[in-house]
Design a protein around this ligand. Structure first.
Ligand code: ATP
Ligand code: MG
Length: 390
């Protein structure tokens, strides 16, 4: 665990400790209070049932009362007052006294009440009566401790998972930043040296230099457009409309038909999905442009419909992609081994844009490469349910 994980975990453990200690304290307090009330009730009940005249001469009765009310020990003291006013120390009610007995601190609970000619003082010791409560206290502390440990463990796992996610995001962001800086630095360096050279040699061929610089500016503008697109946060709830994939592909044919040969394999079905036409055209354009860039002279579009899915397959006959590289081609800035397309310029952003757009359309994409490249895109077809949302 690195620093911020430790810090998060300690804070969590600290707060959790106080929360559990608070609830444990509250539980103990109410337990003791209810025990206290219970004991007082018993003493009051005994007081209401005894008859001093009888009890004075029959000590066995006290034992019976002890057993009946399960109060040990039970001391009953009778003070005859013969109708006189009771002295101050025999004030009616409950009283708790501390008592040091056998090196232990005991608490004595006394209930004083006037009964006929007698003042009756009924006393008992807390300690001997609270054995049960001690067991309950112990069990409850053990349970709280176990809950604390389990919560610590679960919390640790939770914090660890979140921290891993944060680390991963930071790593991606760092990579992204370094890739962007790298991509921008190269054209800037080229422009700088071109200008410096021109100034030093008092270069006459201004047109060539300006052309070179313009090329680099176009390169920067292209990458910033792509980056801006990737950072744009298209909401998942973007208002989609019914779009016809067949129509989009034919429109793209109009645009790219002079650069690459198009073939179509469409069935008789309707190939309508819920989507954003502009975004879908950007995605498919990126795929077509890649085919053109990476050596294909033919591109085949196949449309199929299975239950509620529409499958679009785009197959080219270009240089293809090595199998082991396929899992990475949608990563930002990923380009298959520069030697694979040494001469071909690119940032490795086109397919990230494709992936983002397809995700937005809840479409799955798969890529195969045997010879050329084949993209298999699975769109949810328009159905009555999503038509209602239009
Ligand atoms: N049709 C294809 N044929 C061969 N290789 C491809 C094809 N499509 C993609 N690739 C490989 O996948 C990599 C990633 O593609 P992507 O479109 O993301 O980046 P790019 O084309 O290099 O740059 P950009 O599109 O950002 O200008 C490419 O560099 C290329 O190596
Ligand atoms: Mg590309």
């Amino acid at each position: 665990m690195n620093n911020y994980r430790n810090e998060l975990f300690y804070k969590y453990a600290f707060v959790l400790f106080f929360i559990i200690a608070f609830f444990e304290g509250a539980l103990m307090f109410s337990l003791i209070k209810s025990f206290d009330i219970h004991l007082k009730d018993k003493l009051e009940l005994i007081a209401s049932q005894i008859n001093p005249e009888k009890l004075i001469h029959n000590k066995d009765e006290i034992l019976k009362l002890q057993q009946k009310y399960k109060i040990f020990p039970l001391y009953i003291q009778f003070i005859k007052i013969n109708g006189k006013k009771a002295p101050q120390e025999y004030k009616e009610g409950f009283k708790t006294d501390k008592l040091k007995a056998f090196l232990r601190n005991e608490k004595v609970l006394t209930y004083t009440v006037k009964k006929g000619d007698y003042i009756v003082k009924i006393s008992t010791l807390y300690s001997t009566n609270d054995d049960k409560i001690t067991i309950i206290k112990f069990i409850s502390i053990v349970i709280s401790f176990i809950i604390y440990l389990i919560s610590l463990l679960v919390g640790y796992k939770f914090i660890d998972t979140i921290a891993n996610q944060i680390d991963l995001t930071f790593k991606k962001l760092k990579n992204f930043n370094s890739n962007v800086s790298h991509e921008l630095k190269t054209p800037l360096t080229i422009m700088k040296s071109e200008i410096e050279l021109a100034l030093m040699n008092k270069e006459k061929d201004c047109e060539r230099i300006l052309k070179d610089i313009l090329e680099e500016i176009n390169y920067i503008s292209d990458i910033t457009d792509k980056l801006l697109f990737l950072t744009k946060n298209y909401s998942k709830n973007k208002k989609f409309e019914v779009v016809d994939l067949e129509e989009i592909i034919l429109e793209l044919y109009e645009k790219y038909g002079n650069k690459i040969e198009f073939t179509f394999d469409f069935g008789d079905d309707e190939y309508e999905i819920m989507g954003d036409k502009t975004l879908l055209k950007i995605a498919l354009s990126n795929i077509i442009e890649n085919s053109i860039k990476y050596g294909a002279n033919k591109i085949n579009f196949v449309l199929d419909k299975f239950k509620n899915r529409i499958i679009l397959r785009i197959i080219d006959n270009g240089i293809g992609i090595p199998k082991e590289k396929l899992p990475f081609i949608f990563d930002e800035f990923y380009r298959v081994d520069e030697s694979h397309n040494k001469e071909i310029k690119g940032f490795g952003l086109g397919l990230s844009i494709v992936k983002n757009i397809l995700n937005l359309h809840k479409a799955k994409v798969n890529v195969k490469s045997e010879g050329g490249v084949e993209f298999i895109i699975e769109f949810p077809a328009v159905n009555q349910k999503n038509l209602k949302n239009v």
